[in-house]
Design a protein. Structure first.
Length: 376
């Protein structure tokens, strides 16, 4: 079982044999990567419409696709596809905060109340007892706004999504949803994945710098690393080209298939609004684990992990997951999901071997098997 880090909650990664598109893979670059290719083809056979993936290792860069990017026309996916990466956004947000800490502009042990006075308050929430660090490693206890029943009805059901897919939601409104609920636990008492934590982290970045978190990610990460395929769309509803159609079955993995490509990503905010490519994600995580974005002591801090409840093969750092694969190899990265899109990015600790890939359907496919295929 993989750590559930998707924004779509119950709609993502449900196992289904429906929508079995033909598995047609095409590879470019050096090395055959047969086990990775086999796992990707198996994902398509299980129901994923299409997959795009890129790996980088000592032999060079290898990219492949399988299945289709458009079920109506049968057009294939592109190795250069832009896709919504969901919670992979969190690693970028955490990296910016650790850079700000290295610059002496913030301490991760500062309280949330110090930077966002009065924001985390209500029904037992108390921002004065929660540090920024606890936001980043999900030990804050703050309620996850995507688990709110009304929010789930509005965005994760067919009828609700059709009514609200183009709505703009502010970070303050997302946090306000969480504040209507009691905390999951006292700060530091346990671990629970909460997208609210990273909405707040984005708000902290803006308070510290005077700039939106997206501006700081662009200035500090995207431009220096030349990540031309990566963007933070804000409220823009379309995907840049090249891209594929994103598909969802919402809460019924055996039900109808819907085109959910266009949506207003403000519903995800700093918890998951980003768009990227497999090539860019490999470059980002390789640079991060290779020490090019953070000083050694800050990277060590990011890699200091806590136990992930109920998942024995994973531990959570500061926006970074340490996953132990079935063969015992450890990789660092993050997974992410948003309507019609499930993504993974992983890199070895020495930053010499990376893989990033995307499924353009959110109800099927074994992403763990793809990671095993590449690294084991």
């Amino acid at each position: 079982m993989r750590v559930r880090t998707t924004l779509v909650g119950a709609t993502a990664l449900l196992v289904s044999a429906a929508l079995a598109a033909p598995a047609v893979a095409a590879g470019t670059g050096t090395g055959a990567h047969p086990a990775t290719r086999k796992a990707i083809e198996a994902a398509v056979a299980s129901g994923v419409p299409g997959v795009t993936a890129t790996a980088k290792d000592a032999h060079g860069t290898w990219s492949t696709t399988a299945g289709v990017g458009d079920l109506r026309t049968g057009a294939p996916r592109s190795v250069a596809d832009r896709y919504r990466v969901g919670s992979i956004t969190k690693t970028f947000v955490s990296t910016v905060l650790l850079q700000l800490e290295a610059e002496g502009r913030i301490s991760l042990d500062d309280s949330v109340e110090k930077w966002l006075p009065g924001v985390v308050r209500g029904h037992g929430h108390d921002g004065s007892r929660i540090t920024v660090r606890r936001l980043l490693n999900h030990t804050s206890g703050i309620f996850n706004y995507t688990e709110d029943a009304d929010f789930a009805r509005d965005y994760f059901t067919e009828a609700g999504f059709e009514r609200h897919r183009y709505d703009t939601v502010t970070p303050g409104e997302l946090v306000g949803i969480a504040m209507r609920h009691a905390p999951d636990f006292a700060p530091g008492a346990a671990w629970h994945y909460s997208n609210t934590n990273y909405v707040l982290a984005g708000m902290v970045i803006e308070k510290v710098t005077g700039h939106p978190y997206a501006t700081e990610i662009e200035r500090r990460i995207l431009r220096p690393l030349h990540l031309a395929g990566t963007s933070l769309p804000g409220t823009k509803v379309t995907l840049p080209r090249p891209s594929s159609i994103s598909y969802s079955k919402f809460t019924d993995p055996n039900g109808s298939t819907y085109d959910v490509t266009n949506l207003n990503p403000s519903l995800a905010s700093a918890a998951g609004e980003m768009i990227s490519t497999s090539f860019d994600l490999d470059r980002f995580y390789g640079a991060l684990l290779g020490g090019k974005l953070l000083p050694p002591e800050r990277l060590k801090e990011m890699k200091t992990t806590v136990e992930v409840t109920g998942v024995p093969n994973a531990r959570y750092g500061l926006g970074l997951i340490d996953t132990r694969l079935t063969c015992g190899v450890h990789v660092w990265g993050h997974s992410g999901g948003i309507h019609g899109s499930v993504s993974e990015a992983a890199t070895t600790a020495d930053a010499r071997h990376s893989l990033a890939f995307n499924f353009n359907g959110d109800w099927s496919g074994d992403s763990g098997a793809v990671l095993d295929g590449e690294f084991c």
